[in-house]
Write a protein that binds this ligand. Sequence first.
Ligand code: HEM
Length: 474
Amino acid sequence: MLQLLLPPQYGDYEFTWLKEFGPVYLVKGCFGQNRLMISDPLALQSILNSPYFGHGPTLENVMNLMFDQNAVMAAKSETHRHLRASLNTGFTSSAVRQYRPIFDRVAQKITEDLDECSGSLADLCPILSHATLSAISEAVLGCSIDDLGEEFVINNDRVMTLSASQSSSHIIADAIGSRLPKLVWRAAMRLPTAAFKDLRAVKSLATRIGKEAIAKKLAAVEQGASAKTDVFGMLLDAYQSDSKRNVLTKEELVAQTGILMVGGQDTVTNTVAFGFLELARHPEFQRELRAEIHASLCGPSQTFSYESMPLLNAFIKETLRLYPTGPLVERVAVHETVIPLSKSIKNSMGELMNHIPVQKGQVVIVATASYQRLHSRWGEDAHQFRPSRWIDGTVMQGQAVGPYANLLSFLGGPRMCLGWRFAILEMQVFFSEVVGKFSLSLPEGDRFSTRYANTLFPVTSSGERALPLYVTRL
Ligand code: HEM
């Protein structure tokens, strides 16, 4: 398990084992328990849609620490269905289109930041982190990043740094923690250590920010302003309308503040960072993409029609494919069940099996990164960055496993990412703005690698989470 989680470069062992053992194999957990590592498409589709699998122990711990128990990601069964159905109002295609002016403004701020370091080496990670937090605060809460307050921004940065640190002792502590009852976890939250203090602060500040955002929004609506410019506004509008089906109360809405802010920041930051890294590694593709961006500006207002930009969309899919933010997602069987397989495998006795029986309590790892490198689905060169695979027909269709392009980066089933359309539009806007105006190139000797600690992120040769690239205004 430690080899899987702490290789020098993410995937060093995992992708070798995928080649050697195929899309289903067993790994030993910290205390010797077996974990089923799965990347077979039919098996993944079945696990993610089955009521017989719940969140794995590590994720449960994180949620206990960080979120309100009524947050959508922490909620279970009927409560989860109700929260999802209500929250969807703010994340449909038409709702997300309303947030585009916000993404445009945030992208212009990225340009201003990059202009300041044009011609030199700039670490893109803090710039992107600030941009994604701005996008979330404006497009979800309807307030500017300054309204979040310095205390929140500082604590949030500390929590992001904390969650991006992984060591063998963290992993063992996690494994021990996952065996402790919920009550002990709640008590642990009160410990006076720096890490728990930061988590407590972010959790309580998120609640305060949520309450203030709602109060401000309601006051503005009373003055005649439109509510429907951000997610909270859309949901409050639904709450105040006649129909009381699938709407959130104000308390339920406040409980979503933390998960929406966390769920939408590091995920987008890291994906965009990896996208820029690949562009710097592939200058020829970068030039082709820039040509498409310049040719796509249309109308008197010079805006983009992202649906008609094949290279941009292929590039985003390829980045999500190679760098899923959740490469290893734990699920646990809450009931005895069987997992069907798209291709039979041989068991230790040499017998062919087209399904795997699992006992209650069995931990399975939804291996999204391995799935997204299966030769059978993405082509023989699945480990390479090649966006044209999305255009030239290399990519195989088949079991639809996720909401977007058959990728599992946003997972799938009832717990798939709520904000995937939001993220895609945000990335289309950021990439078009930056690649249209700047050229990106690698510093001497590309020594970047990919590290995994709760999420995938780029690190420099000194192991620091950073992405220093040469950025030049065109
Ligand atoms: C590239 C960007 C993103 C990626 C790759 C991503 C990925 C994911 C994944 C893998 C999950 C499932 C986690 C699990 O169950 O183990 C998830 C859930 C979630 N995401 Fe995202 N996400 C992204 C952006 C966003 C954004 C922008 C938002 C909100 C504005 C968001 C909100 C959520 C929420 C609320 C959930 C919990 C859903 C539930 O449990 O029902 N995500 N995301």
